[in-house]
Ligand binder design. Structure first.
Ligand code: K7E
Ligand code: CUA
Length: 647
């Protein structure tokens, strides 16, 4: 434990700091600890916090945090407890350093597969990353993340921390309950948010109740291929409420998905047409509906062919879902937001933005009510509603604006309080609040170490706060977000560290034990990184060549410190050029970049990696091509010429 070390350091401070901190490279002795504390105006609590996060050079972090990059459409990887940013993984948005979206076939394919209505989309509103799980525990193999604005799902391979796939379905027109995985990653859940006619059809909003619908997509995950398979995926049609977050049941509640909703009033705006604005229309009812979905039953019905295909997706229609007992509702307090299954799978915690309580549902009670067909009524579409009072285990008065809940391994829950800007720690056993800590400010999600799994670690929590008003040196009106690291090891929670996120509103993150992730050091020679297999066109040293075939000029090229071979490429204006470039290096630190100016081509070739690029040399001229990573003393000389002779 680090407590004794903290005490030791504090004792040194208290004893007048006879001990001098070592000065790098010798020289005059540094100030004593208490002098340093005075000079920097630090309290003992500050020093203890510093000691809990400070990570000397060369030492690695205990956890990876995978955070959504919000509007950036990327994923941010952070080491915990140091809170050092390790990588921005390019997902939905081009990223030059990683050469993502600048010419190679693999990222072109991702962007092509992520098209909506045939339109290329180069940003995303990413909300919820989800690590793959085995038996309800993170297995460190892949990470999924959804896009709210242009409903899509991405698969990130954690062998190389790169995006392997993007999928999209035109069934829905926005999403939010994504990504969440079932306990063995059988499916990745993508729930719609704003209802619309299914399949991208048109209907005026005045036909909202009849023509608009929600849906939840279950993307089938093929673990061997590490890909989502659209043909094996399915969806369930839902009433036109605004479905919100989701979580998969586990252990006791395995086989179920819980998804909440707001706007069961079906308000749909029209404030310039004599209607109340959407937000007040959507806040009339005291209760909305927690959706209880039996996905195992749905899967069997889909296998039995009880679906209709809409926009290339097999859809279990609402009537079928109701008739077959796939979908039930339980009332939930006004405008709920987060729904989070407890680690034992026995309870489901719902936070209501406009209610001060956390509501704890008992899965055993829900199951019994379903089995006994004990309903308190039906919604306008015929979905049976289970009685609220009999479905809950209790409610806990948490504070203002409870949103999301995560867990530690000691039976405690931690809920973010948006309006109060606090985290509430409470006991799952007796539903009592134990502690609260202030965050800065506007906390949205929070994440705890392995906090979504069947065996959370506790230890660290990260509060994801929106708009850090006064925490950092000002950078103008658009405020950075703030990830605050919170120590969970004591009775009282303590904020340890503020990390500004200058990238987009991060929403959710997950934290996994670092040793569970087996990242590659280099690719085996000739690897096509999107296939994670040897590329058929991989080039070996000595086999470099230029060939002309019916489909254009093929350049088989290699990169090794400090040259490309060939380093002069001559083509004729209008020829189609296919570059096949292998980085021959197997050293850990031997990435080469490949830039071809004016043609918008920019690759990052990691050791062992092979990439293919196709383009038309339509503009004559002399184009230097060069390596963009300072790979060696002769890096600047790692260059050549791409010559396009005029017609
Ligand atoms: Cu609360 Cu998209 Cu999960 Cu933002 S969501 S905070
Ligand atoms: Cu290769 Cu610089």
């Amino acid at each position: 434990m680090c407590i004794p070390r903290v005490l030791l350091a504090l004792a040194l401070v208290a004893c007048g700091g006879a001990k001098k901190a070592a000065t790098p490279g010798g020289g005059s002795p540094a100030a004593s600890l208490d002098e340093l504390m005075k000079a920097r105006n630090l309290s003992e609590t500050d020093v203890a916090a510093a000691l809990k996060t400070y990570t000397p050079t060369g030492r690695h972090d205990e956890y990876y945090l995978f955070g959504s990059g919000g509007h950036s459409g990327q994923v941010v990887v952070i080491g915990v407890p140091s809170m050092r940013i390790l990588k921005y993984i390019a997902v939905f948005t081009p990223e030059p350093w990683q050469g993502y979206g600048y010419g190679d076939h693999a990222s072109k394919q991702n962007f092509a597969d992520g098209r909506r209505d045939g339109r290329s989309i180069t940003w995303a509103d990413t909300h919820h990353p989800a690590l793959s799980e085995t038996k309800g525990d993170y297995d460190g193999e892949v990470l999924f993340i959804g896009d709210k604005a242009n409903p899509r799902m991405a698969v990130i391979d954690l062998r190389d921390f790169s995006t392997a796939q993007i999928v999209s379905s035109d069934l829905i027109d926005s999403s939010h309950g994504a990504a969440f995985v079932t306990p063995d990653t059988e499916y990745v859940i993508e729930g719609s948010q704003y209802p619309a006619p299914l399949g991208g059809k048109y209907a005026d909003v005045s036909q909202y109740n009849d023509a608009y619908r929600g849906a939840v997509i279950f993307w089938k995950f093929d673990r061997a291929k590490r890909r989502l398979i659209k043909e094996h995926s399915f969806a369930i049609e839902l009433p036109p409420y605004m479905q919100d977050l989701a979580d998969a049941g586990k252990l006791d509640s395995h086989g179920y998905v819980f998804m909440n909703s707001f706007d069961t009033e079906r308000a749909h705006g029209g404030n310039a047409e004599g209607n109340p604005p959407l937000e007040s229309g959507a806040s009339q009812n005291d209760m909305d509906y927690l959706h209880v979905i039996d996905w195992k039953k749905a899967e069997a019905l889909v296998a039995a062919g009880k679906t209709e295909t809409i926009a290339d997706m097999r859809v279990l229609r609402l009537e079928t879902a109701i008739a077959e007992g796939v979908l039930h509702f339980v009332p939930e307090p006004k405008s709920p937001h987060g729904v989070d299954v407890t680690p034992d799978g026995k309870d489901i915690v719902v936070g209501g933005k406009l209610d001060t309580h956390g509501t704890v549902y008992s899965f055993a009670s829900i199951k019994r009510l379903i089995d006994e067909k004990k309903y308190e009524g039906k919604d306008p579409y015929g979905v049976p509603i289970l009685p609220f009072k009999e479905a809950i285990r209790g409610q806990v008065e948490l504070g203002l604006g409870p949103l999301h809940t995560v867990y530690d391994g000691q039976g405690n829950a931690y809920t973010s309080l948006f309006l109060e800007s606090k985290v509430a720690k409470w006991s799952l056993k007796d539903l009592k609040v134990l502690d609260k800590v202030s965050t800065h400010y506007n906390i949205g999600h929070l994440t705890a170490a392995e906090g979504d799994t069947v065996s959370p670690d506790g230890k660290y929590l990260v509060a994801m706060n929106k708009w850090a008003l006064d925490r950092f040196t000002p950078v103008g009106p658009l405020l950075p977000q703030n990830f605050q690291l919170v120590d969970l090891t004591g009775d009282k929670m303590q904020v340890l560290y503020d990390l500004p996120i200058p990238l987009g509103e991060p929403h959710y993150a997950q934290m996994i034990k670092a040793d569970k992730v087996k990242a590659l050091e280099v690719y085996p020679p000739g690897t096509n990184s999107s296939e994670m297999a040897k590329d058929a066109l991989a080039v070996e040293g000595g086999k470099e060549r230029i060939e002309r075939t019916a489909d254009g000029v093929h350049v088989y090229m290699t990169a090794i410190r400090s040259h490309f071979t060939p380093d002069i490429i001559r083509v004729k204006q209008g020829e189609t050029v296919h570059l096949h470039i292998s980085n021959l290096e197997q050293a850990h630190d031997a990435t080469h970049g490949f830039a071809l100016g004016s043609y918008n081509i920019n690759l990052s070739l990691e050791p062992g990696e092979h990439e293919n690029v196709t383009f038309v040399a339509d503009t004559p001229g002399v184009y230097p091509m060069y390596c963009t990573e300072f790979c060696s003393a002769l890096h600047l000389e790692m260059a050549g010429y791409f010559l396009v002779e005029p017609k």
